[in-house]
Write a protein that binds this ligand. Structure first.
Ligand SMILES: Cc1cc2nc3c(=O)[nH]c(=O)nc-3n(C[C@H](O)[C@H](O)[C@H](O)COP(=O)(O)OP(=O)(O)OC[C@H]3O[C@@H](n4cnc5c(N)ncnc54)[C@H](O)[C@@H]3O)c2cc1C
Length: 352
C-alpha cells in the first residue's frame, strides 16, 4: 500500500498498516515527517470538553485517549506529556450560555483540539456529555486552579479541568511513527512529490509507484483549509504547567524554557504574548521567538475517510492530532480485512 503524506495522519496510517502486517510505501514532498501543518500544531490531545465534533468525528472521539495510550506504549519515542488542561470563559458572560450567541463564529480560536468552537468548552456542564464516573473533566474552583497554575495572577472563580488531556510534539510524533514503521519494513521516500494519483498508481517527480491501495493523507490539499498561528516564546521552565485556554490566550509549555501559543490567523503574536505577560507572574522575560501560520485542513462536515470516486482512499480531518491514532487503527482494519469499519460510517466521501 502507498501512503502519500507523512503528517500526523499519514504517519499514523503508515505505522498502523505496517504494524498490522501490510507492505507499505510512504512518501512526502517535505524533507522530514511532520513538515506540513503538523509541524505548526498546538497539539492538544483530549476527547472534548464541550467540544464540537462534526460528522463522523463524534464516533471517533470516545476512542481518542485509549488509542493514544496504546500507540504511546507501542512506540515509546512518541514525545507525549499528560499534563491536563484548564479552560475558562470570559467573566463578561456570566450566564455561561455563550454558545447560544447567534453570531458565535464556528472557529474563533485556533484549536482547542477537542473544541472547534473553543468558547463552548467551559460552558458545557460535564454531566451533559458523560456520566459521573468518568474522571475526564470537571469544574474546579479558584483554590484548585491556583494549585494547578500557581503563577496565574487573576484566578477565575471556576474553570473546567481535564486531567486526562495531554500534549505532544506532533512533528516529533510523526517522525517517531515513521521510524517505527521503517523498522517494520515500510519504505520511506522523503522530498518526493506526488504529481498524479489513481486507485493503484502514484506518479512522482522521481518515478512511478504501484500498489493495491493508494491512501491520500495530504492534508490541506484535500479539502477546505483554515489558517491559524503557532507562536513560540522563550520562558522560564515550568512557568505554565497545564494546557491553559483562557479568554485572552491559549498556552502550554512546548519544552522546558519554551511556551507555545495558538492564535487565530491575523492576530498579532506580540499582542498575544503581551496579554499573557500581564496575566502571569514571573512572565516579564517571556519573548516571542518565532511564529508560523499553519493551514489546518478543515472539512466542514467532519472527517473524510474512505474511498473517493477515483478509487483512491482519502484520510483528512480537523483536530487530526487528536483523531489520527483512532482513524489510523480503523483505516488499517478496513483496508486489511476488506470489511468497512462501522465507526467510520459517517466519514465517507463525499459528504453531500
Ligand atoms: C496553530 C494550530 C494549532 C492546532 N492545534 C491543534 C490541536 O491542539 N489539536 C489538534 O488535534 N489539532 C490541532 N491543529 C490541527 C492539526 O495540526 C491538523 O489537523 C493536523 O496537523 C493535520 O495533519 P495532516 O497529516 O492531515 O496534514 P499535514 O501535516 O499538512 O500533512 C500532509 C503532508 O502531505 C504532504 N504532501 C502534500 N501534498 C503532497 C504531494 N503532492 N506529494 C507528497 N507529499 C505531499 C505534506 O508535505 C505534508 O507533510 C492545529 C493546527 C494549527 C495550525
Amino acid at each position: 500500500m502507498i501512503v502519500v503524506g507523512a503528517g500526523i495522519v499519514g504517519a499514523c496510517v503508515a505505522y498502523q498498516l505496517a504494524h498490522d502486517g501490510a507492505a507499505v510505501t510512504l512518501l512526502d514532498r517535505g524533507p522530514a515527517p511532520g513538515a506540513g501543518v503538523t509541524g505548526s500544531s498546538f497539539a492538544w490531545i483530549g476527547d472534548g470538553i464541550g467540544g464540537h465534533w462534526p460528522g463522523g468525528a463524534a464516533d471517533l472521539r470516545p476512542h481518542i485517549l485509549a488509542d493514544y495510550r496504546r500507540l504511546a506504549a507501542d512506540v515509546p519515542a512518541i514525545p507525549i506529556r499528560w499534563c491536563g488542561s484548564l479552560s475558562w470563559p470570559p467573566a463578561s458572560l456570566p450566564d455561561e450560555r455563550r454558545d447560544d450567541r447567534p453570531d458565535a463564529p464556528p472557529n474563533d480560536r485556533p484549536d482547542a483540539p477537542p473544541n472547534e468552537q473553543p468558547d463552548q468548552r467551559p460552558n458545557e456542564q460535564p454531566d451533559q456529555r458523560q456520566d459521573e464516573s468518568d474522571p475526564g473533566y470537571h469544574w474546579v474552583g479558584a483554590r484548585e486552579i491556583a494549585a494547578l497554575e500557581p503563577n496565574l495572577r487573576d484566578v477565575p472563580a471556576r474553570a473546567m479541568h481535564s486531567p486526562t488531556d495531554g500534549t505532544v510534539d506532533a512533528a516529533g510524533m510523526s517522525a517517531a511513527l515513521v521510524e517505527a514503521a521503517e523498522r517494520r519494513g515500510t519504505r520511506v521516500h522523503l522530498e518526493t512529490t506526488a504529481t498524479a494519483t489513481t486507485a493503484r498508481t502514484v506518479t512522482t517527480d522521481r518515478g512511478r509507484l504501484e500498489a493495491d491501495v493508494v491512501v491520500l493523507a495530504t492534508g490541506a490539499a484535500l479539502t477546505e483549509m483554515s489558517p491559524a498561528v503557532l507562536i513560540r516564546a522563550s520562558a522560564p521552565p515550568g512557568l505554565v504547567r497545564t494546557i491553559v485556554s483562557a479568554p485572552d490566550f491559549e498556552v502550554r509549555e512546548g519544552r522546558p524554557g519554551e511556551l507555545l501559543f495558538a492564535a487565530e490567523a491575523g492576530q498579532d503574536p506580540e499582542a498575544v504574548v503581551a496579554r499573557f505577560r500581564a496575566a502571569w507572574a514571573g512572565a516579564e522575560q517571556v519573548r516571542v521567538l518565532s511564529w508560523a501560520v499553519g493551514s489546518r485542513p478543515m472539512p466542514p462536515r467532519g472527517p473524510i475517510i474512505g474511498y473517493a470516486a477515483d478509487g483512491t482512499y482519502t484520510a483528512v480531518m480537523h483536530s487530526a492530532v487528536c483523531l489520527a491514532p483512532t482513524a489510523a487503527r480503523l483505516i488499517a482494519q478496513e483496508l486489511l480485512t476488506g470489511n468497512p469499519a462501522p465507526e467510520l460510517a459517517d466519514c465517507r466521501h463525499p459528504h453531500d
